[in-house]
Design a protein around this ligand. Structure first.
Ligand SMILES: Cc1cc2nc3c(=O)[nH]c(=O)nc-3n(C[C@H](O)[C@H](O)[C@H](O)COP(=O)(O)OP(=O)(O)OC[C@H]3O[C@@H](n4cnc5c(N)ncnc54)[C@H](O)[C@@H]3O)c2cc1C
Ligand code: FES
Length: 245
């Protein structure tokens, strides 16, 4: 993990309030499911904001984010050539080397982008990946999953695209060796309970308000079956069987 300055390559709106930021990678490390703390400000806002890695190649890091408040709004104003600061990679990521066979990645909303780099890594390690992507209305990032997935299932709340309803309606965990999920807590809890019923291994990527992002302030601590854990340092990925929701 390191703190470094990078330059913005592009920062484009891809759906209503959703943007994709591309920054120079500057040899930064990345593992599937990890995140970076980002900032484009010096004085006004002190805390960096956590955003997961959406995609990475040799020279570029991609982040997909929804504008929800002051930090993401400032980031959305960045222009190509602007400088910003990154701290990372943070967190544990998914244990992709240990995951074999058929794997379902189940994402909802802005939990979808981090699963793209995960699907790519799992496929490169020989796993067969199906993606279950649940959207509120407008689709995003689906084409980024296509090279890495055997099947892609889509749902929207009102049926504008794909299945009408919740993405969990389409999932049968017993068809998979492992299920990986990232998104709203209500969705992940449902996925975790479906996996518990079928005895399928399930990993959840948790979201929590973060201050330091590096395990120092304990501000993101949660209770688990093996004691208190920091989402930023011990997570964000946890086995669902470890979680006390
Ligand atoms: C490990 C991790 C990875 C993340 N990855 C992504 C990502 O890939 N894409 C993305 O769009 N967002 C991601 N987030 C969420 C993102 O960090 C927050 O949306 C962002 O910090 C909000 O900052 P802000 O200053 O714009 O909003 P603020 O002004 O800080 O808050 C605006 C509103 O958003 C809520 N909020 C802020 N942070 C969170 C949070 N972490 N969880 C739930 N609600 C929150 C606040 O309660 C408030 O209602 C991630 C969060 C974590 C912890
Ligand atoms: S945000 Fe400080 S310990 Fe996690």
């Amino acid at each position: 993990m390191r703190y470094f300055e990078s330059r913005v390559i592009a920062n484009q709106r891809v759906a209503d309030d959703i943007f994709v930021l591309q920054v120079e990678r500057n040899s930064a490390e990345v593992a599937a499911g990890q995140f970076y703390m980002l900032k484009s400000w010096d004085k006004e806002l002190t805390l960096m904001r956590p955003v997961s890695v959406f995609k990475a190649d040799e020279s570029v890091l991609w982040f997909m984010y929804r504008v929800v408040g002051s930090g993401t709004s400032r980031i959305s104003a960045l222009m190509p050539g602007d400088k910003m600061r990154l701290l990372g990679p943070c967190g544990n990521g998914y244990p992709c080397d240990a995951l074999k066979g058929r794997i379902a990645v189940v994402g909802g909303g802005l939990g979808i982008p981090p699963l793209c780099e995960t699907a790519k890594t799992l496929k490169a390690r020989g796993a067969t990946v199906d993606a279950y992507l649940g959207f509120r209305d407008a689709l995003f990032a689906v084409e980024d999953f296509e090279p890495h997935c055997e099947n892609i299932f889509i749902s929207t709340e009102k049926g504008e695209e794909g299945y009408r309803g919740f993405i969990t309606d389409l999932l049968s965990p017993e068809n998979y060796d492992t299920v990986i999920t990232c998104g709203p807590e209500v969705m992940m809890r449902k996925v975790a309970s479906m996996c518990a019923m079928t005895d399928t291994r399930c990993y959840c990527s948790l979201e929590h308000r973060m201050a330091c992002g590096i395990g120092a302030c304990l501000g993101c601590s949660i209770r688990t079956k093996s004691g208190m854990r920091r989402v930023c340092k011990d997570g964000p990925v946890f086995l669902s069987s470890e979680l006390e929701w």
